[in-house]
Write a new protein. Structure first.
Length: 78
């Protein structure tokens, strides 16, 4: 996930999607609902790490100032 979700949120998007549906299927197959919960916890931890590395302490702090100049004007990857 890392920058794939961080960037659009920092640019002001109200939400962003994660293009890893296979993770949910693996989580479900591995341990049912607890496996899916584990996948979501992993994604949350990745976002938290990315925010901390950028210097953001909360989601409400996110803004284009947390992006490098060459990323701030770039559209989110499709």
């Amino acid at each position: 996930m890392r920058i794939d979700v961080f960037r659009p949120l920092a640019l002001g998007a109200p939400a962003a999607t994660v293009g890893r549906p296979v993770l949910y299927v693996y989580g479900l197959a591995f341990d049912g609902s607890l496996g899916v919960q584990s996948v979501f916890e992993h994604l949350r931890d990745e976002m938290r790490s990315t925010m901390l590395l950028a210097g953001a302490r909360s989601m409400s702090e996110l803004s284009p100032t947390y992006l490098r100049p060459d990323h701030a004007s770039a559209a989110a990857p499709v």
